[in-house]
Design a binder for this molecule. Sequence first.
Ligand code: ADP
Ligand code: MG
Length: 499
Amino acid sequence: MPLTDARILLVEDNIHLAENVTEILEDHGGQVAVASTGNQARIAAKDGFDIALIDVRLPDSTGLDLLRELKSANDGMHEILLVTGNATIHDAVEAVKGGAYDYIIKPFRVNELIASVERAWRQVGSSRRAKALSQAIAERETSLRTLVDTVQALLLVLDQHGRVVQANPAVSNVTGLSPDEMVGMPWIETFVPDAERSSVSSVFARIATGERRVTLENRVMSADGKRVRMIRWQSSALEHADGTVLVYASGLDVTEVKELEDRTRLAERLAAVGTMAAGLAHEIRNPLNSALLQLQLLDRRLHKNHYDPKLLEPIALVRNEITRLSQLVREFLDFARPSVLDVEECDVVELVRNAVELQRPAASASGVHIELATPDRPVIVAVDRGKMQQVILNLLRNAIEALDATGRITVEVAADGTGALVRVRDNGPGIADDVLTRLFEPFFSTKEQGTGLGMAICHSLITQHGGDIRAYSDNGAVFEVTLPRYPPLDRRLPGDPAS
Ligand code: ADP
Ligand code: MG
């Protein structure tokens, strides 16, 4: 039955006609409610209806007024047909303007009426399906948008010329520009550092010409060029129906992962080199000691026999050299052997000030000026005082060695969370990239007389404290040491603070 389940509101003041029409509609499966006045119709409409059949002339109202009122009633998902005894062009035009679905003229034939109501019923059905569909699409779109906006992955859409079409907030976090600001910008020229631009461009060209699921790792810098992150991208291009090609890329920020990998590799290498060298140093120390003993013996014998004092001079020289050598070996062993920290609560400000004063004469001798920038209040951390002093001294010594007579060193101390930050900055030549990557390796030195141990010792001591050291160039070399409030428990002597 074509009208099954259709709720039909019949507004007709002619009782006989109303009964007739009701019967016809019910025969076709409709559920009919009858109203004989405009007011009754308004009340009945509140229960909802699918189709309304309204007589144009009503005792208390006109069908056209009622049409306008009911058109948008409830959710508006219904159709209204007007029925009239005397059709005028004017009424017909008004009906169409008011949104009537059809305009039926009395007297009508039964199958004419049924056909028209059926068409209206199908229209209601398809309007409702369209509405449900567009709601579902809108919901889907909202949830996708939320996903795009909140996901940590960087999502980037570029056109085939590499201009930004769309970017999500995760991309903004890296570039420092809002998604809207980025639209239209040439991605590679704006955000990829010079050094990687050509390789990224060539990979982009491969993707844009159809290679799928290309993985690429490259640096992305912020618009102001101040921050750089390492991003691992996965990209594919998609050709759209209108022939345009868009490149879709999703990226993960792997900066920390990369750093950790580098550090782990370095730590492993340091450990391996350290163990081997410690064994070697041990082997060297024993013969050195016995050589020293033999020298003392020789010295004594010569004294006893009243030899020419000139003979004693070279012996003293050799003894000094051997003493120096065994000192070096001992220091090296200190570095290589994992030692326990003798931790106490220290004021980093005071510790750094002492180290600077110790180094000031050497600095002055080469014309280098050292400046201190420290907070007024103490910055307390638990550290091994002697070992941290050694770290600062090594940093200052390197800075002095890198500087000429116009040199300047700035040492800053600051509270860093619950720990401390020490920054040693010089205005020397800075550190080249290939030196930066090997800086903390033992025995790596660019100096003719260098041991290459200074930075390795710093790295090892700071790591033992659970801290961190990083170096970079910024109008000179900058070293940043961060120290936690307390070093890890397993590195401390028993009885240390807070252990
Ligand atoms: P060494 O001082 O014996 O060479 P280090 O481990 O102390 O060994 O330093 C390693 C290398 O790091 C140095 O040879 C130098 O090339 C570089 N370096 C360290 N500090 C600085 C600095 N302040 N300015 C420029 N280069 C530096
Ligand atoms: Mg050094």
